[in-house]
Design a protein around this ligand. Sequence first.
Ligand code: GLP
Length: 261
Amino acid sequence: MEVIIRTDAGSGCMLAAKMISRLVRTKPGCVLGLATGNTPRPMYQELVRMHKEEGLDFSRVSTFNLDEYVSLPPGHPQSYHHFMDINFFNHVNVPRAKIHIPNGMAADIPAHCQEYENQIRSAGGIDLQVLGIGLDGHIGFNEPSSALSSRTRIKTLTPKTVEENARHFKDAAQVPRHVITMGVGTIQDARQCLVLAFGERKSGVVAKMVEGPVTAMIPASALQLHRSAIAIIDEEAARQLTMIDYYRWVYANKPEWQKCE
Ligand code: GLP
């Protein structure tokens, strides 16, 4: 996995936005895999700015979000539909018909999950999947012990994730216990994965993801098997990496054509 260490979250998100904009410019009909959470918010802000000020055109782009809470309607303020609307979709020109987010209100969840997988395939597969990481190593909502070949399906959140995400709700009792999430295998099928993690509190799990053994106990560690996974992290999140100097060396010596500055 390639590790890019930036001074802070802001510059990490700017770099992620640059990578996405480069893809959108070179492949206008690309398929983006998108993530929610606090981490990528500044990345979306920068993409919105690029759209408004630099004419970055999303009119042919398709998007697939990683996950959604079961039982929250799209208009619910804590739903990931709502998050994506207020942080991104309401401000750019991705056509509504090309936006895909799992439907937490689906009557037949297994059929809906299968259909989601089919839609990804019909769109030509995901070109670039943006990911955050949970404190327990989850990507999307693939909690520890998730099958590393899993596909889109219903999952039960761990009590730790319920507690962690309670900050977005009135209290923990309001946090749905179930979610629909792309599987680890679905994520692995993306042509490129871009994981963002910032801040000291993520440093332990970042070290496990990058340098620990590949294990279902840290689903993000499966990205070590991905042919093109990049982790953009800040100095604080990098603290527990043992090969930190090497990652800096690699980036400093990157061929110009590989850089996205
Ligand atoms: C949630 C989401 C993940 C996200 C994680 C971290 O559980 N399902 O996709 O990566 O939280 O969130 P944050 O970026 O707010 O730390």
